[in-house]
Design a protein around this ligand. Structure first.
Ligand SMILES: Nc1ccn([C@@H]2O[C@H](COP(=O)(O)OP(=O)(O)OP(=O)(O)O)[C@@H](O)[C@H]2O)c(=O)n1
Length: 369
């Protein structure tokens, strides 16, 4: 059986050898000279209907038969696969997106690299393998996120030209939100997420997908700060849109992207509270902020907002409440026993102001220590 490791694992192994901070992840295996029947005979389990992919009987890693593919219609089902024992490794590598992802390694560590991927890794170039790149518009997003992930790499001019053509001809219109979101989320976790946006703008895909969303320098700066920090994806997405001048733009963008409800909720809050969040400084304004954003019922969300303030809002650093004080305030605020206040209130309408007063007072005590 001829088995090769391909794709990201080989790319990251070679990057690592060259001193890049790359961690090879899961293996992608490709098998040459076999048929679905012979794979099943060897104990592999077929998976999925679309691709000739099998699970290894012991390791459960994915093994794909070498294949060629051809686009027959727009969208993700418009592919015809040809996977048979006569498909060569070179043919399989040719239908892949980028030269750096089209290198195969055999079990002895020898490379099969017909499209110059190792040299492109050495020279830091993101380059498409062949015209087959055009068959999958997700690859434009992959290029943009690889550019963000490997900041020293440049995009080959011919690849940028091809991506522009795909955008202009409408070939990229077949992108579905789920795939865009998945690539986007990966791109937001790279060292330089703004680079992903730059590439998308440079090839025109951003303008095509989100014509009304203009990425100002302020938006980019905030995104840069947020993504540099270990913050959850929902917050990164929220931060991306929170600087947009118009809340409707932010909402439209996230719902087109089918972002999670949590990201949409955070984006809305950040959109209208950014200034107040940065300016938290007195027991009174902290108290009303907690009240307004329902800290008692949503303490985890409030904690996220405070994380964001501490890490991504440098304007919050000067002369404002220190982060540790706000954390203590949140716990003091949530610790007030509203039930016992309610029981001692003369009438029901006295309850909310009394509870609020007790919570504000609890915070005030902290300020005076
Ligand atoms: N749209 C795509 C997606 C994947 N691939 C090929 O399939 C391999 C595996 O894809 P995937 O696991 O999605 O990504 P990786 O390149 O391994 O990158 P990552 O480390 O981000 O997972 C890629 O290297 C590439 O050869 C491709 O040609 N076109």
């Amino acid at each position: 059986m001829q088995i090769y490791s391909v794709g990201g694992f080989v790319r990251d192994t070679l990057l690592k050898r060259r001193g890049f901070p790359a961690t090879p992840g899961d293996h992608d295996w490709v098998v040459v000279g076999e048929t679905p029947e012979s794979m099943i005979e060897r104990g592999f389990l077929p998976v999925g209907e679309d691709f000739p992919v099998f699970l290894h009987p012991k390791t459960h890693e994915e093994y794909a038969l070498a294949r060629t593919e051809r686009k027959t219609a727009p969208g993700y089902h418009g592919f015809v696969f040809h996977a048979s024992a006569d498909v060569t490794l070179e043919e399989d590598l040719r239908r892949r997106d980028l030269t750096i992802n089209a290198i195969a390694m055999d079990e002895n560590g020898s490379l099969c690299d017909p499209y110059g991927g190792a040299e492109d890794i050495a020279r830091g170039i993101i380059r498409h393998v062949s015209e087959a790149f055009k068959e999958d518009p997700v690859r434009i997003l992959r290029v943009s996120r690889f550019a963000a992930r490997f900041p020293g790499f440049s995009i080959a001019p011919e690849t940028m030209t091809l991506m522009r053509e795909m955008v202009n001809s409408g070939e990229a219109d077949a992108l579905v939100p789920e795939r865009v979101l998945a690539e986007f989320v990966k791109g937001l976790s790279t060292p330089v997420p703004c680079r992903m946006l730059d590439v998308l703008i440079e090839c025109g895909l951003w303008q095509r997908l989100y014509p009304s969303v203009t990425l100002t320098n302020a938006v980019r700066a905030r995104l840069h700060r947020t993504c540099r920090e270990a913050l959850p994806t929902s917050l990164r997405l929220a931060a991306l849109v929170s600087g947009l001048p118009d809340g409707r733009q932010a909402k439209g963008f996230l719902s087109r992207l089918r972002a999670s409800a949590e990201a949409q909720d955070l984006a809305k809050i950040l959109g209208d509270s950014m200034q107040a969040l940065a300016e938290l400084s007195t027991p009174e304004n902290v108290s009303s902020f907690f009240q307004r954003y329902d800290a008692v019922r949503r303490p985890a969300r409030m904690t996220l907002l405070l994380d964001f303030r501490a890490k991504a809002l440098p304007e919050a650093a000067h002369g404002k409440a220190p982060d540790a004080l706000l954390r203590a305030a949140l716990s003091a605020w949530c610790g007030i026993d509203a039930g016992s206040i309610a029981r001692s209130a003369p009438t029901p309408k006295d309850i909310p102001p009394r509870v609020l007063a007790a919570r504000t007072e609890a915070i005030r005590t902290l300020w005076h220590h």
